[in-house]
Write a protein that binds this ligand. Structure first.
Ligand code: NI
Length: 262
């Protein structure tokens, strides 16, 4: 199988002991491509460094809503400079997170989200959206930036919102959460979604799929997400792997073997 894990955090401290070994093992585990998004300036820099080191790793740069408390608009300069790197293919992950009580205030998260949507438009890059318990506000900000498209990562919204996003030209991405018992709503969304709008991801080191829950997650487990989608769609897992790989390559403008051409 050849898989594209479109969202994994190898800059995370959870990989401090064996980061390079784990990444180096991915091609032989069937993982053809990995996109490592940033969550703050430092993790964005690390994402770019990993993408420089491994030919199958690409990066996104951005500031996560949970990590935006110290945001200053001068950070845009640094993100712009990082985004100029040839292996950076998106702005992310950005968005809103109303779940954690001690996250930055909602209106501040929204401001930072707007700034980064504007940056994406200016640079002509897609965005990677994190939306946790903020569906309405997130979608209304997305609608305020009609020239920007992107992907909703670890989709947790409704079927109605998914239909809106597809109409707006967006992609929707799923993690190992779809293998959990309480995943009913995501499965309903997958059942409806056109195959050309689906991407798969691990969100490593988090959200480890069944039957590996409790272990640290890594891209080698992304086939479990492909398998779950295949079961719902009545497709072969190989086909889901191939289609989601193609979708990810198209979305992030990756031409294998020609990654210098951006
Ligand atoms: Ni993430």
């Amino acid at each position: 199988m050849r898989l594209f894990d479109t969202h994994a955090h190898y800059d995370s401290g959870a990989f401090n002991a064996d980061r390079l070994e784990v990444l180096a093992s991915m091609p032989e585990r069937g993982v053809e491509l990995i996109l490592n998004p940033g969550c703050d300036l430092e993790s964005s820099r690390t994402a770019v460094a990993l993408a420089e080191r491994f030919p199958f790793v690409y990066a996104a740069v951005g500031v996560h809503p949970s990590d935006c408390g110290d945001w200053e608009d001068s950070w845009l300069e640094e993100l712009r400079a990082l985004a100029a790197h040839r292996r950076v293919r998106a702005i992310g992950e950005i968005g809103l997170d109303y779940y954690w009580k001690d996250n930055p205030p909602r209106d501040f998260q929204q401001q930072v989200f707007h700034r980064q949507m504007e940056l994406a438009r200016e640079l002509g890059l897609p965005v990677i959206i994190h939306d946790r318990e903020a569906h309405q506000d997130c979608l209304s900000i997305v609608r305020e930036h009609p020239q920007v498209t992107g992907v909703y990562h670890c989709y947790s919204g409704s079927l109605e919102d998914a239909k809106v996003l597809v109409r707006l030209g967006w992609m929707i991405s799923f993690t190992g959460v779809v293998t959990y018992k309480n995943a009913r709503r995501a499965l309903e969304v997958i059942d409806w979604l056109p195959m050309d709008r689906i991407m798969i991801e691990t969100d490593s080191p988090y959200l480890t799929p069944e039957p590996f829950r409790g272990e640290r997650n890594d891209s080698g487990k992304v086939y479990r997400v492909a398998q779950t989608i295949a079961d719902i769609k009545g497709l072969d897992v190989e086909d889901v792997a191939r289609i989601t790989l193609e979708n990810g390559k198209r979305f992030f403008q990756i031409e294998t073997g020609k990654e210098e051409d951006r």
